[in-house]
Design a protein around this ligand. Structure first.
Ligand SMILES: Nc1ncnc2c1ncn2[C@@H]1O[C@H](COP(=O)(O)OP(=O)(O)O)[C@@H](O)[C@H]1O
Ligand SMILES: [Mg+2]
Length: 437
């Protein structure tokens, strides 16, 4: 039996997977009402693709899942369109991607999504859906049968399999999915299947991103009945949204930064509400005030906080601290160890570089060399010189933008936040009333 079960939890409350499209996911998403509204307004306002910019772990995927779930809940209670159906999985683009394979991949996932919805809701069968179901879900049988005759959509099918793009091209799947989307969502007001492209920063440069997005613009980005959400970190989304060639089919980005500190206690209590088997008989080795402290230490990044709270729990499982004082002491001991660990492998960092790191951490922002004036540097080169030891010690991570070298984006690592704590400490906040066991 794992310790979460012994502590009377249904599952690990600090799991770092994105919050999902469910009531539970919605209950766990804290402090994002404004951003949820921005996302839903954009979905309902126009068919342009939505863009979300924010560092890894800040909560982009969770925000999308929960926003779509809340749209669904509203649709369900009022029985009024629009209805936004999330595609069964999200997509990623890489610099060496094959546009035809990507299109096939998306259309097959959309077809599956529509098939699953049809099965779930008992709606009347759409023409061709059982053939498509066969083809997608039992490719072996289908291939054998169809190699002998015309394919499911009246086109010669040959040896095309699900993973074979030339088979896809000849199969008529594209037309079929178009037709289905048209029947299911006759106008933008009726809703759409929502597809998410996650981690656009995998494209490494905004030039790559623009090229790839242009390739799929007419086949996918503007396909009626589909709606797109493009997510990424490190400035890549901001820069594509402002290129003239894509501007017309993209919304201005929703920028996600850390959740405000005031929500820390609620993040913890919502996790307890959802995951504890009983609200009276559970055990947790961390106090609310210490959780809030860690949340501030990690600059309100939920993912870093959850990951490290999880590690602290593993540490505390050995000693099982019980009183508020024991828990705080265990937390302090653990944090001291983590902070000491983070200080190893630090290259020679000058006082000026430390000063820069502190400034960037307190602004809680990614930055580019072009931001030198904001950071108090006369030139970009002077800023770069102070950044160098910080990247060498993994305190900042960077990505290059080939189109514009000045747009090299620097981001703060969790290690930097621990190091910052080791050097300067983080003030504690007194627990609010009603906190603790
Ligand atoms: N608003 C929020 N309230 C509580 N937890 C959140 C919130 N946003 C994100 N999280 C948690 O943070 C982690 C990272 O979220 P995720 O959506 O995967 O971030 P991203 O997609 O930006 O990398 C997840 O474990 C999720 O549960
Ligand atoms: Mg994500």
């Amino acid at each position: 039996m794992g310790f979460w079960e012994q502590w009377n939890f249904k599952a690990d409350p600090f799991d770092t997977l994105p919050l999902d499209y469910s009531q539970e996911g919605s209950d766990l998403l804290i402090g994002r009402d404004k951003e949820i509204k921005e996302l839903i307004d954009r979905l309902q306002m126009s068919t342009r693709a939505i863009t979300i910019e924010g560092p890894v772990g800040v909560g982009k995927t969770s925000l999308i899942n929960v926003a779509l779930f809340r749209c669904y809940r509203a649709f369900f209670s009022e029985q009024l369109p629009p209805f936004f159906l999330p595609c069964r999985r999200s997509f990623q683009l890489t610099p060496n991607h094959d546009p035809a394979a990507f299109e096939a991949d998306v259309l097959m996932a959309v077809a599956q999504t529509l098939l699953e919805e049809q099965a779930r809701t008992d709606s009347p069968k759409i023409r061709g859906s059982s053939d498509l179901d066969q083809w997608l879900n039992h490719p072996q049988n289908t291939q054998m049968r169809w190699s002998l005759k015309a394919g499911p959509f009246g086109v010669e099918f040959g040896k095309g399999t699900v993973n074979n793009t030339s088979g896809f091209a000849r199969s008529g799947l594209r037309e079929m999915v178009r037709e289905w989307l048209g029947m299911r969502f006759p106008s933008p007001k009726d809703g759409a299947v929502v597809c998410v492209v996650d981690n656009l920063e995998l494209l490494q440069t905004s030039r790559n991103a623009v090229l790839v997005l242009e390739e799929i613009r007419d086949t996918l980005l503007t396909l009626p009945g589909l709606r797109w959400v493009l997510c990424g970190s490190r400035g890549i989304v901001r820069s594509i949204a402002s290129t003239s060639r894509l501007e017309r089919c993209l919304h201005q980005p929703i920028v996600l930064t850390g959740i405000s500190d005031v929500w820390a206690q609620q993040i913890l209590s919502s996790r307890v509400d959802v995951f504890a088997k009983s609200l009276y008989g559970y055990y947790l080795p961390i106090n609310g005030a210490d959780f809030a402290h860690l949340f501030r230490l990690f600059n309100a990044n939920p993912s870093y906080t959850l990951k490290y709270v999880g590690e602290y729990c593993l540490f505390a499982a050995q000693t099982h601290p019980f009183s508020i004082e024991e828990k705080s002491r265990a937390y302090t001991d653990w944090l001291r160890l983590e902070a000491t660990k983070s200080m190893t492998d630090i290259a020679r960092v000058s006082n000026r570089s430390w000063g820069l790191l502190e400034k960037v951490i307190s602004a809680n922002t990614e930055f580019a060399a072009a931001d030198h004036a904001h950071l108090g540097y006369a030139t970009a080169d002077l800023l770069r010189a102070d950044v160098k030891p910080l990247t060498e010690s993994s305190l900042l991570e960077w990505s290059v933008d080939e189109t514009d070298k000045r747009r090299k984006i620097f981001a703060i690592t969790p290690k930097a936040l621990l190091v910052n704590f080791a050097r300067r400490g983080i003030p504690r906040i007194e627990p609010t009333l009603g906190d603790e066991d």
